[in-house]
Design a protein around this ligand. Structure first.
Ligand code: NAD
Length: 426
């Protein structure tokens, strides 16, 4: 994680994700004049669970890995949040992601609290059997605190439906019966929902349609750059492309590519699935990550990790609209710079909420033994995400704050209402 650094002219750079999340919350709490006792409670995570566990590797030796599962707040319902496998995972990152999940669920009016999990590992360096061993052992370690009525897991960076299936199977072996509702984002055959794989990107696309209407911009011919061509980034890109936008740049960990005539996002996604590395696709010229983030495009979609747009590059960002497919890609200081420059940022807790919204639909289908067709899932997703976008926009306009602060204020207001109704803070 990048350390905060001092500068004689600027305030310290905040790039620790948990400090970012707390600073965003503090700004909303200040504006709402929130009671100190509530602020104190919501600035912290309710449960922080760290596990160190051995995994048998293919050569017969064991390696010890560290994993986390954090519950930020469960006032409005069981906690919900993805599981990330990445070499950069830290407790602070998981805590930030859990706090953002509380706000994301609340602003989208889902009956959930916020959670997140992760293991510090580069899964690309593991064989398939090592990955399965690690997943099953981690699932066992966190089985004390997850469950269909208490905390429901889902995919995030480097985790996919297969990993969700292994988690579900591990818990089913412990319980002695299937427990499909313990994870969402499962394969459809095992109780996954139609439309879940595409849900995050589809939600980003629905937000793009609303924000384009609001800004009087046509998606037809709009230029787009996508940082992070994984699940969220690819689907956002090909749905925007389907609406006539031109995807001029994309990146993954292998590098960034640019093609002014437009990349074929669907084709590029297929190519990435086969060969794995965008930089070797030959679909565009190689550019740097910094160049991608500062291209003069209409729409920038950061869809990789936290703290990508910071004080260092924010003054050079030229996009008119930023749709946060990733969680926390913009630091609070960068947010201020972009706000002053008139860039419209659709915050993560609204823009990328499609994933958790359809995860909620999957959970409901599991608990009621129903199966909904994809068009119904997409229609319901559209209703929920456009409602939270417009509610946030309305509050932003009346309170004269940015969309992120408005969305957090809406979410915090709902959690506070829950606190009061439950008698936690009467
Ligand atoms: P993923 O693993 O499918 O894809 C991540 C992509 O980002 C990969 O292509 C990787 O190569 C790329 N990447 C990583 N670091 C990069 C960097 N520094 N520069 C450029 N590319 C980089 O993960 P995902 O599920 O698409 O998640 C991406 C982001 O979206 C995360 O912030 C995640 O929390 C968020 N998100 C995902 C979901 C979901 O349902 N999957 C839901 C909500 C939010």
């Amino acid at each position: 994680m990048v350390q905060a650094e001092e500068s004689p002219t600027l305030a310290p750079v905040v790039e620790n994700p948990f400090q970012m999340a707390v600073s965003q919350f503090d700004a909303a709490a200040e504006r709402m004049n929130l009671r100190d006792e509530m602020r104190d409670s919501l600035r912290r995570c309710h449960r922080e669970f760290t596990v160190n566990f051995p995994v048998q590797m293919d050569d017969g030796c064991h390696r010890t890995f560290t994993g986390y599962r954090v519950h930020h707040n469960e006032t409005l319902g069981p906690t919900k949040g993805g599981i990330r496998f990445h070499q950069g995972v830290t407790l602070d990152e998981v805590k930030a992601l859990a706090m953002w999940m509380t706000w994301k669920c609340a602003v989208n009016d889902l009956p959930y609290g916020g959670a997140k999990g992760g293991v510090t590992v580069n899964p690309k360096l593991l064989s398939r059997s090592e990955l399965e061993n690690l997943t099953r052992r981690y699932a066992t370690e966190i089985s004390y605190i997850i469950g269909p009525q208490k905390d429901i897991a889902a995919p995030d960076v480097n985790t996919d439906p297969q990993i969700m299936a292994w988690i579900m199977d591990t818990i089913a072996m412990h319980e002695g019966h299937p427990v499909p509702a313990i994870v969402t984002g499962k394969p459809i055959r095992l109780g996954g929902s139609e439309g879940r794989v595409e849900a995050t990107g589809r939600g980003v696309f629905f937000c793009a349609q609303e924000v384009a209407r609001h800004k009087n911009l046509s998606l037809e011919g709009a230029t787009v750059a996508v940082q992070g061509f994984g699940n969220a980034g690819q689907v956002s890109a090909y749905l925007l492309e389907g609406a006539g936008a031109r995807i001029v740049a994309a990146s993954d960990t292998s590098g960034s590519i640019y093609n002014g005539k437009g990349l074929d996002a669907q084709g590029l996604a297929r190519l990435k699935q086969q060969r794995g590395r965008l930089a070797e696709s030959g679909a565009g010229d190689l550019i740097t990550e910094d160049e991608l983030l500062t291209l003069p495009v209409d729409i920038l979609v950061p869809a990789a990790l936290e703290a990508q747009i910071t004080v260092r590059n924010a003054p050079r960002v030229k996009a008119k609209i930023i749709l946060e497919a990733a969680n926390g890609p913009i630091t609070p200081q960068a947010d201020d710079i972009l706000g002053d420059a008139g860039t419209l940022v659709v915050p993560d807790i609204v823009a990328n909420a499609g994933g958790v919204i359809v995860s909620y639909f999957e959970w409901v289908q599991n608990l009621t033994f129903e199966r909904w067709p994809e068009d119904e899932v997409n229609r319901r997703l559209h209703t929920v995400i456009t409602k939270s976008f417009h509610e946030s926009l309305r509050l932003a306009e009346t309170e004269k704050v940015c969309l992120r602060q408005a969305a957090i204020m809406l979410a915090v207001g709902r959690v506070i209402e829950g606190f009061e109704l439950r008698g936690i803070y009467p």
